[in-house]
Ligand binder design. Structure first.
Ligand SMILES: NC(=O)C1=CN([C@@H]2O[C@H](COP(=O)(O)OP(=O)(O)OC[C@H]3O[C@@H](n4cnc5c(N)ncnc54)[C@H](OP(=O)(O)O)[C@@H]3O)[C@@H](O)[C@H]2O)C=CC1
Ligand SMILES: O=C(O)[C@@H]1CCC=N1
Length: 271
């Protein structure tokens, strides 16, 4: 792709996306530039992915046809005020922040500007991100398709109505964290019974990967797939009974509600 892609902020999420894009070879490293106040993560992406780096956000603003704002949500106002007069006229701004609406970003820019609001996740680094995407009224369908192509270089995408964006962290943006906790718990349970820890992580993580692939590739309902694991009178149904008694599903849905409430609160407070 013949576009310059910039990243203001080079933390966990920017590093994952840069790694995903470079690994996919969609864009050549010299067409990617990242800025950050401290050098550690810049040195990392420069050494590992051979992308351009700078401490100067304005240099990235000036360079980019597509500009990712990869800072914390509470920095968006400050960053947009800093760069708004330095970005290219037709730049597409890509937000990856939880809890910042398109309307809020438009108000920070104080003029018509192309904005695509997204919610990716860190598995971008291994080409397995899940990203929700929506554009503002100025972004054409071709421009949105270009952004989707970039996100598809490091994972899967869904176009989502903006009114649903505050619910996306709970299901795919933040959920890798709970899945890691689940994998850690599975491994601990194995270690409790004498399975060596490294083998326990592999056994647990591959079981989660395989189960996720079954949902995505068979198209079967997760309940049907669960039933096929539960031999009558067998081991699995004992585990299911314990999970149900301990409100496994209710606990996950409650956690997701907390996540979404936080995103809504952030969207309101960032206005
Ligand atoms: N982590 C995740 O799983 C996901 C995160 N997101 C979103 O991604 C965004 C970034 O999150 P994440 O990567 O986790 O956060 P990090 O804290 O890892 O990264 C933020 C980066 O911004 C840098 N920064 C701070 N101030 C400035 C500035 N003035 N100019 C340029 N860069 C600056 C920080 O540098 P320094 O450390 O030197 O201060 C840091 O490297 C957030 O908006 C978040 O909502 C979205 C989906 C998933
Ligand atoms: O914790 C956060 O706020 C960010 C957004 C989604 C994942 N991490």
């Amino acid at each position: 792709m013949d576009k310059n892609i910039g990243f203001i902020g080079c933390g966990n999420m920017a590093k994952a996306i840069i790694g995903g894009i470079v690994n996919s070879k969609l864009v050549s490293p010299e067409n990617i530039m990242a800025s950050n106040p401290s050098n550690k993560s810049l040195d990392f992406v420069r050494d590992k992915y051979e992308v351009r780096t700078t401490n100067n956000n304005l240099e990235v603003a000036d360079f980019s046809d597509i500009l990712f704002l990869a800072v914390k949500p509470n920095k968006y106002k400050e960053i947009i005020c800093q760069i708004k007069n330095s970005v290219k006229k037709d730049v597409i701004i890509v937000s990856i922040a939880a809890g910042i609406t398109i309307e809020t970003m438009e108000s920070y820019f104080e003029r018509d500007i192309k904005i695509v609001r997204t919610m990716p996740n860190t598995p971008a680094l291994v080409g397995e991100a899940m990203s929700a995407i929506c554009g503002n009224y100025i972004v054409s369908s071709e421009e949105l398709a270009t952004i989707v192509k970039i996100f598809e270089s490091f994972g899967k995408t869904e176009i989502i109505e903006e009114r649903l964006m505050d619910a996306i962290p709970s299901i795919s943006g933040s959920s890798p964290a709970y899945v890691y906790m689940f994998i850690e718990a599975l491994a601990d349970g194995g270690v409790l019974r004498g399975i060596p820890r490294e083998k326990a992580y592999k056994l647990a993580a591959q079981a989660v990967l395989g189960a996720a692939k079954m949902v995505l590739e068979t198209g079967k309902h997760p309940g049907e797939l669960k039933d096929s694991v539960c031999s009558p009178g067998g081991t699995t149904i004992e585990a299911i009974y314990t999970l149900e008694k301990n409100n496994f599903r209710g606990t996950i849905i409650s956690a997701m509600e907390s996540c979404t409430e936080k995103a809504i609160k952030m969207s309101n407070s960032n206005k």
